[in-house]
Design a binder for this molecule. Structure first.
Ligand code: NAD
Length: 251
């Protein structure tokens, strides 16, 4: 029996972190369906999948209703997200709206549809849990990512409200806040900061590592472990939390 046996979980966004998260959830015994707007990324992962744009309310609602059609939905993980970087004075409102639309509105649409379905179903034998993706950028603002940070602070507030609404029905809702994860997204951030500071990207990365008590960047696997815990009944009395997965990064 795996930790997530009898769980049926949708994971959105199968990039560097979400793909590992989905595979790890499956390794722990859950049935998993992954959603992304990028069909090639879905094909590369080789899991049960569906091409869904999380900003499309009708597509999200249809996908939530279709998935695991003969059984209950027990879990939802909203990892689909985008990053762009610019100081506020240069930030194009189009970019602001795109980042808020995917990261915050996309999270809302998936959670709304998922919650509606869960509330319409008989509670399954295992606990139900929603995990949203915030970021260390949802716990503190940094230069050049005001729009990303605003979206990720928003995810935490949204998550806390939803946890209060769904708690009486026994559905838990928590956020994860990854720090500097060894990934393409983090490489982009490090390269922009290196350019801003006129230093080598390796120096920026070393500064992050030196500020991290556990002494390294985090990995997608570090994030996956926390998501598995939050989906599982080990976390049966944990809701409304925003859990930092940063190796203790000092800020
Ligand atoms: N990588 C990091 O260092 C880091 C740190 C903190 C938080 N995060 C957050 O973790 C999550 C996953 O990050 P990642 O590194 O895997 O990112 P990634 O860019 O590798 O993957 C994101 C995935 O989301 C998908 N996506 C984007 N817009 C979509 C849409 N409208 N509909 C459906 N799918 C869409 C992309 O196609 C991609 O596959 C994101 O929410 C990100 O903000 C990442």
């Amino acid at each position: 029996m795996g930790l997530l046996s009898d769980h049926r979980v949708v994971v959105t966004g199968v990039g560097d972190i979400g793909g590992v998260v989905a595979a790890t959830i499956a390794e722990h015994g859950a049935d998993v369906e992954v959603w992304d707007r990028d069909q090639d990324a879905l094909d590369a992962l080789g899991m049960a999948s569906r091409c869904v744009d999380v900003t499309d309310a009708d597509a999200v609602a249809a996908a939530v209703n279709d998935c695991f059609s003969t059984d209950t939905l027990t879990g939802l993980v909203t990892s689909a997200g985008v990053l762009s970087m610019a100081p506020v004075v240069d930030l194009d409102p189009v970019d602001w709206r795109r980042v808020i639309d995917v990261n915050l509105t996309g999270t809302f649409l998936c959670c709304q549809a998922g919650a509606r379905r869960m509330l319409s179903e008989e509670p399954p034998a295992v606990g139900r849990s929603i995990v949203t993706f915030s970021s260390i950028g949802g716990l503190r603002g940094e230069p050049d990512i005001a729009h990303y940070s605003a979206s990720k602070f928003g995810v935490i507030g949204f998550t806390q409200s939803l946890a209060r609404e769904l708690g009486p029905s026994g559905i838990r809702v928590n956020s994860v806040c990854p720090g500097a994860v060894d990934s393409r997204m983090n490489t982009e951030i490090i390269e922009v900061y290196a350019t801003d500071e006129g230093v080598d990207p390796g120096e920026v990365e070393q500064t992050i590592v030196d500020s991290t008590p556990l002494g390294r960047l985090s990995t997608p696997d570090d994030v996956a472990g926390t998501v598995v815990y939050l989906l599982s009944d080990l976390a049966k009395f944990v809701t409304s939390e925003a859990i930092a997965i940063t190796g203790g990064l000092v800020f």
